[in-house]
Design a protein around this ligand. Structure first.
Ligand code: UT7
Length: 319
């Protein structure tokens, strides 16, 4: 049994906000933001919502996969920044795209969310419970960012990416290695309350982040996860065409490439144009690589994410 991505899609809000606009509201500069994060612009939702972006991305992925919505038996949405708590976004997507035969639920594993959704879907397939899954990472982080905090508001953007995943039951190859990790003891370094708890939550209404601590954590753990996946798969680093990482910060990705003694050109990036979109970063990047023709049958990828929780993990994938 082999699980493959059969189609991808993405949706970004129309409004583009550059660093100069941010610098009009907080004490920062285009030079500081670009040199410390790599980000030049990000899309910020106006009329769009986490749900509407998820639906648009999903419709594109379904079209790209060439399937009918009735074939989908599982819809999983990863998000931390939806406008609503209920109903879950996956149910809204299910209704909007007409995936009438699908189960639907959301997951929250922050920037590791898309990888978590992928791994749950593959697990359901391996258990014989699903054959075609629609997985989505969608974020309107502008909903939960404090626009007066220069330590966070410079980094994030809104968007959604989706993928249709198909099980090939005729294939004898086993599913490729996947790993997930968590360290809840360090959860305090990146927090956000729901805003619905009458002050009962230990966390503030907006994203609060110890950026330096997350930076250190990512640069230490992600190379280890990549090595873990290489060891489990038997692949050499040279066998991997691209390392598709969560787009947190350009310097984090450069440091990870350096630690692994790998050329940066094998680490595609999109944070320059989109900022850090948490669980949407990886699927939006996969979709742009797909549209550019970078992903051909047999292309080998290692995908890895890391973020709040703390959570981190990755997966080997053959296109
Ligand atoms: O998506 C997963 C979760 N998030 C992440 O992965 C984020 C990971 N962390 C980061 O990307 C970086 O830590 C940030 C981009 C958030 C911050 O960059 P940094 O290089 O770690 O900066 P810093 O917080 O250490 O601040 C360095 C200096 C400080 O000034 P002093 O104390 O050296 O005088 C800050 O006050 O830069 C100052 N600073 C700024 N200056 C201009 C902090 N933010 C800004 C700003 N503009 N926006």
């Amino acid at each position: 049994m082999f699980a493959k991505i059969a189609g991808t899609g993405s949706a970004l809000p129309e409004r583009v906000v550059d660093n100069f606009e941010i610098a009009r509201n907080v004490d920062t500069s285009d030079e500081w933001i670009q040199s410390r994060t790599g980000v030049r612009t990000r899309h910020i939702a106006g009329e769009e919502t986490a749900v509407s972006l998820a639906i648009d991305a999903s419709k594109e992925a379904i079209k790209d996969a060439g399937i009918s919505p009735e074939e989908i038996d599982l819809v999983i949405v990863s998000t931390v920044s939806a406008e609503q708590l209920l109903p879950c976004l996956a149910c809204e997507v299910q209704a909007a795209v007409g995936a009438d035969n699908a189960a639907a639920f959301d997951v929250n594993a922050a920037c590791t969310g898309f990888i978590t959704a992928y791994q749950i879907a593959v697990g359901q397939m391996k258990a014989g419970l699903a054959k075609t899954a629609l997985i989505i990472g969608t974020e309107c982080l502008s909903n939960i960012v404090d626009w007066t905090d220069r330590g966070t508001c410079i980094l994030f953007g809104d968007g959604a990416g989706a993928a249709v995943l198909k099980a090939d039951t005729t294939c004898e190859t086993e599913i490729l290695p996947m790993v997930l990790h968590a360290d809840g003891r360090k959860g305090g370094v990146l927090t956000c309350g729901s805003g619905t708890g009458n002050g009962k939550s230990a966390y503030g209404r907006y994203v609060q982040m110890d950026g330096k601590e997350i930076y250190r954590f990512a640069v230490k753990e992600v190379p280890m996860v990549i090595k873990e996946l290489l060891s489990l798969s038997g692949w050499e680093a040279g066998d991997v065409d691209y390392f598709v990482l969560h787009q947190a910060n350009r310097r984090i990705i450069e440091a990870i490439a350096k630690r692994l003694h790998l050329d940066e050109s094998r680490f595609p990036m999109n944070m320059m144009d989109n900022g850090n979109m948490s669980s949407a970063s990886i699927p939006v990047l996969l979709d742009s690589m797909n549209k550019k023709g970078m992903l051909k049958p047999g292309t080998r990828l290692i995908i890895a994410g890391f973020g709040a929780g703390l959570t981190w993990g990755g997966t080997c994938l053959t296109w």
